[in-house]
Design a protein around this ligand. Structure first.
Ligand code: KG4
Length: 348
């Protein structure tokens, strides 16, 4: 009988410490410790993130192994996120992975975080979800990235479009901050938008060639709209303005959300049309957005396309996707040397 392949995945690229175990391609556990420490600063503080990873990593890995019913000695390899991400954070996961691999005498597999997000669609979690067939287009939208990825195979991906400035999640977070909403603002925008009118406000949309995105102008347009309203009403804060304009925050959230989703879908639609690809997927933190999920479903119906939307548990950073990517690489015999160092920025 063939020996089982058991992969431990470790993810520490930003502010979530996560560990997952996959046996012969089937997910056994996926543990995520989020870091609350950043909330009061309105954004991730890199130094605090790496310190929190140091505190979390041992209990998170331990819990993932216990939940999977697997011991360290049974592991075939350790997959870890090498980049892109925050260097200090990546260093914690990378060093831990190296130490554990060395102590157990098993190989290390490096995983590109962005490829991990795409491969989240292949995690076998017992729900019997269909997997996308190659080639497909994946809209990868998170706090740090907005890309259209042409996925030709597990190990063959090409970025055909990406943001030239802010990411979609960043735009949501920055607009939310201006409205005085907590960090991360994306989920708050989503929540308030449900009570708002998406046609209430109109924001400038970028005119960028090809499949690239831009969100910094949109953020400025949002800011100016609010600034003009403050002037008009002779008030200084958003709270004061909200007392004068009913449903202010809800309408602004619904309108900005609609605009971001329209910008994202327009380029994806164009790319799918040009490349004659009718399978599209969405991945990354912003794929939790209800309007974006609805737009994908609508796209599928309208264009008779196959659409793949990840379950909520795989939208944000998680180690299940890293273990999955690591599993494919393990089968291909793609290992990484102990000297490997993390990287902050990379292409897919
Ligand atoms: O992939 P991810 O967890 O990691 C980073 O890239 O950091 O993405 C986080 C991003 C944040 O910008 C957050 O505001 C956004 O995803 N996000 C959302 C929603 N849930 C998370 N944006 C809009 N609507 C949501 N429901």
């Amino acid at each position: 009988m063939e020996k089982e392949v058991i992969i431990l995945g470790i993810e520490s690229s930003c502010d979530d410490t996560s560990a997952a175990v996959i046996r012969d391609g089937v997910l056994l556990s996926n543990v995520i410790a989020s870091q609350k420490v950043h909330e009061e600063y309105g954004g991730v503080v890199p130094e605090l993130a790496s310190r929190a990873h140091q505190q979390n990593i041992v209990p998170v890995v331990d819990t993932a192994l216990k939940r999977a019913g697997v011991t360290k000695k049974q592991l075939s390899a350790i997959a870890f996120t090498r980049g892109p991400g925050l260097l200090g954070s990546l260093l914690v996961g990378t060093s831990f992975a190296k130490g554990l691999a060395l102590s157990q005498g098993i190989p290390l597999v490096e995983v590109n975080h962005l490829q991990g997000h795409v491969l989240a669609h292949f995690v076998e979690d017992g729900e019997g979800r269909e997997k996308p067939a190659f080639p497909f287009l994946c809209l990868l939208v998170s706090g740090g990235n907005s890309q259209i990825v042409l996925v030709k195979a597990y190990n063959d991906m090409e970025i055909i479009g990406q943001t030239i400035d802010d990411a979609a999640g960043e735009a949501f977070d920055k607009c939310a901050k201006v409205l005085g909403l907590p960090y991360p603002g994306g989920p708050w925008i989503d929540k308030l938008a449900k009570e708002g009118n998406p046609e209430a406000y109109v924001f400038a949309k970028p005119q960028i060639a090809g499949y690239n995105y831009s969100f910094s102008g949109l953020k400025t347009s949002f800011l100016y709209t609010l600034r003009d309203m403050l002037r008009e009403h002779g008030v200084e804060t958003v709270d004061e303005l909200a007392e004068r304009i009913p449903n202010l925050r809800e309408d602004l959230c619904a309108s900005i959300q609609k605009t971001v989703v329209e910008i994202l879908m327009k380029k994806l639609r164009q790319a799918a049309k040009d490349l004659r690809i009718n399978t599209v997927a969405v991945a990354g933190g912003v794929s939790a957005n209800s309007a974006l999920r609805a737009a994908f479903i609508d796209y599928g119906k309208r264009y008779h396309a196959k659409v793949f939307i990840p379950p909520f548990s795989f939208t944000t950073d998680n180690a299940a996707m890293i273990a999955e990517a690591g599993y494919f690489k393990f089968l291909d015999g793609q290992f990484c040397p102990l000297e490997a160092v993390p990287f902050a920025k990379t292409k897919i």
